[in-house]
Design a protein around this ligand. Structure first.
Ligand code: NAP
Length: 245
């Protein structure tokens, strides 16, 4: 039985990635803060795949949470062959000259937790020739996003390129997917449509297919790249934005 640990997976892109793994017979390990959302996500994945996910509830940005997650997973003998670092997002107050109180949480949420989990799981992952996926953002290429978010996401790129060289010595492969603006129920673009239709329309103008990037589609790319029986994805930074500006 193979497992996939997907951080931030009770909703949004993480949920889509977890569901896609389950469709391919890989048991997802879900994480999120709200236990009810986790339960809903777990039930709906079970409905489509017949697999029962494991669920870890807690705020992963808390100091002890990554170690607790490691313990939860290893106690159940569920060391993942696939580790998908999807956790991330914006922090309130992240604009021009973000103060330390904004910058630090952004860095922790979007970058640091993932690196800490890699360190905790490292030895176990090497035994499974695991694949590690980091979800970044195209905003770190076009520099057009709140600054704390932007720099935290940008850090993923040199981290992955650097780790790709040394992790390969131990049989691991690591890569990143940088999605463009996503759409899924409750996504930023979904909420913007109702809140500010004109801004929503302006963003859409830059999208060649006249729609934002469906999270379900990014999940299909992400999981298919994980499942290819070759480590050669190692070090890749894959942009999935539908050809946006
Ligand atoms: N949305 C976009 O347009 C976009 C574009 C490019 C890249 N990305 C990246 O794609 C990834 C997914 O984005 P998304 O929009 O799908 O996110 P989302 O809809 O906000 O989903 C976040 C998920 O993470 C969980 N979560 C949030 N904070 C958490 C915490 N502190 N500890 C544990 N779980 C937590 C949430 O559950 P709870 O709330 O219950 O904790 C939920 O399951 C992120 O890394 C984001 O930066 C997003």
């Amino acid at each position: 039985m193979d497992y996939a640990l997907v951080t931030g997976s009770s909703g949004g892109l993480g949920y889509c990635i977890a569901r896609e793994f389950a469709r391919h017979g890989v048991v997802p390990i879900l994480t999120g803060r709200d236990p009810e959302s986790l339960q809903r996500a777990s039930r709906s994945i079970e409905d489509v795949s017949g697999l029962t996910p494991l669920s870890f509830s807690g705020d992963l940005t808390e100091a002890s949470a990554p170690a607790q997650l490691y313990e939860y997973v290893s106690d159940r003998g569920a060391i993942p062959r696939y580790l998908a670092h999807n956790l991330g997002g914006g922090i309130r107050g992240d604009r021009k000259n973000p103060p330390r109180e904004v910058l630090r949480p952004s860095f922790r949420l979007n970058f640091e937790v993932a690196v800490e989990l890699n360190a905790l799981f490292y030895d176990d992952l090497t035994k499974l020739s695991a694949k590690i996926l980091h979800i970044g953002s195209t905003s770190s290429l076009h520099y057009d996003a709140p600054p704390g978010y932007l720099v935290s996401k940008a850090a993923i790129i040199p981290y992955v390129k650097n780790a790709a060289k040394s992790f390969a010595e131990d049989g691991l492969s690591i890569f990143a997917i940088l999605p463009g603006m996503l759409e899924h129920p409750g996504s930023y673009t979904d909420r913007l449509r109702a809140r500010d239709p004109q801004r929503h329309a302006r963003f859409l103008e830059g999208m060649p297919y006249g729609r934002f990037v469906p999270s379900a589609d990014v999940a299909k790319y992400a999981v298919s790249l994980c499942l290819v029986d070759s480590p050669m994805i190692n070090g890749s930074i894959v942009v999935i934005d539908g050809g946006a500006d």
